[in-house]
Design a protein around this ligand. Structure first.
Ligand code: GDP
Length: 324
């Protein structure tokens, strides 16, 4: 029997990789999207030939219930979110409405209209914020440090409550930062790789960044969406940390990216207070033992490989754009 999946956030980095993964496994893939003036095919790109589009806002409980009830998906991957930590300080209420109440609306839709669906919640390392132990495990107490972290933590608990109260299959993937050539350009990694590529091609001179000492546990997105799928293949739902267990600073990221195009990052990077945050998460690094042991998952692509792959993709993209 063909399995049916519904992915929210299908146009994002993870949504697009996950859609491709599920399609390659023979799933019928449905993607939830907001209505927008930009044509669907343009927003979906190469996914357009196999993804079936459903239109709804995460603020529209009735529409979510109609879609979930009609499709009765075997698996629902809830990836849609206001996913910018920095922006969440400017728009805490919007962040909470989309990330937390949006999750509750979707869970209610599942409970009322498709209780057999397996539900994956995109939880985040930001829920640990200022961690009580390092590396963090599934048992580490939470202490978010941003409105984004608070919103994701409330959604995490909503999933646990729906699991325990109603017996729904809800799983939380607590994913640490994960990057790729499809990462949005506001994230520091893609901002750096795009700038390194542009500077090497003579299209840009400087790169303005915030805190160069910030550290992150950066993994490779295509491997992280595999973990999402693996989680929903388990007999029982649960909560899993997906991380590399290694951290690097923004400075190191710059070093590797600029060196890859033969440049000295220090000649081009300007530290700009505009990109500093009111508070920062510290020492976010995940212990992936449970994912290794229970799912058989492990990261494969190294930090240097991720950085270089992203720079190469940006070089190719900028060359194409400038050849036109
Ligand atoms: P996040 O972990 O989800 O917030 O991912 P980001 O890629 O946005 O940020 C990762 C880290 O890079 C944070 O600690 C930021 O403070 C730091 N950082 C330093 N400069 C910048 C910048 O110019 N833009 C962004 N987005 N982050 C920066």
């Amino acid at each position: 029997m063909t399995k049916r999946a519904l992915i929210t956030g299908i146009t994002g980095q993870d949504g697009s990789f996950l859609a491709e993964l599920l399609h390659s496994k023979g799933y019928e893939v449905h993607g939830l999207m907001r209505r927008s003036a930009v044509p669907v095919d343009q927003r979906l790109g190469t996914l357009a030939h196999f993804v079936q589009v459903e239109h709804a806002e995460l603020t529209d409980a009735a529409a979510l219930q109609e879609i979930v009830g009609r499709l009765k998906p075997d698996e629902i991957y809830h990836l849609a979110a206001q996913s910018h930590v920095q922006y969440s300080f400017q728009a805490p209420e919007v962040t909470f409405d989309i990330n937390t109440t949006g999750c509750m609306r979707l869970l209610e839709a599942v409970r009322k209209s498709s209780p057999e669906s397996r539900y994956y919640q995109a939880s985040s390392s930001e829920m640990f914020g200022e961690p009580r132990e390092t590396p963090q495990r599934e048992t580490t107490p939470f202490h978010p440090m941003s409105p984004y972290g608070v919103s994701k933590l409330a959604a995490f608990w909503a999933c646990v409550v729906y699991r325990e109260a109603y017996g729904l299959y809800t799983t939380n993937g607590i994913l640490y930062n994960h990057e790729s050539e499809r990462r949005g350009e506001d994230y520091v990694t893609r901002k750096i790789t795009r700038a390194a590529a542009a500077i090497s091609l003579g299209l840009q001179e400087t790169l303005h960044l915030g805190n160069l000492d910030a550290r992150r546990d950066w993994g490779y997105s295509p491997e992280y969406v595999e973990a999402m799928w693996m989680m929903l293949q388990q007999d029982k739902p649960g909560d899993f940390i997906i991380a590399t267990g290694e951290t690097h600073t923004v400075r190191e990221f710059c070093e590797v990216a600029f060196a890859h195009v033969g440049l000295d990052w220090e000649k081009h990077v300007v530290v700009d207070p505009a990109f500093f945050r009111p508070i920062e998460s510290h020492l976010l690094v995940g212990d992936n033992t449970k994912a290794r042991e229970v799912l058989g998952w492990q990261p494969r692509t190294s930090f240097d490989q991720i950085v270089r792959r992203m720079v190469d993709a940006d070089l190719a993209k900028l060359r194409r754009a400038n050849a036109d």
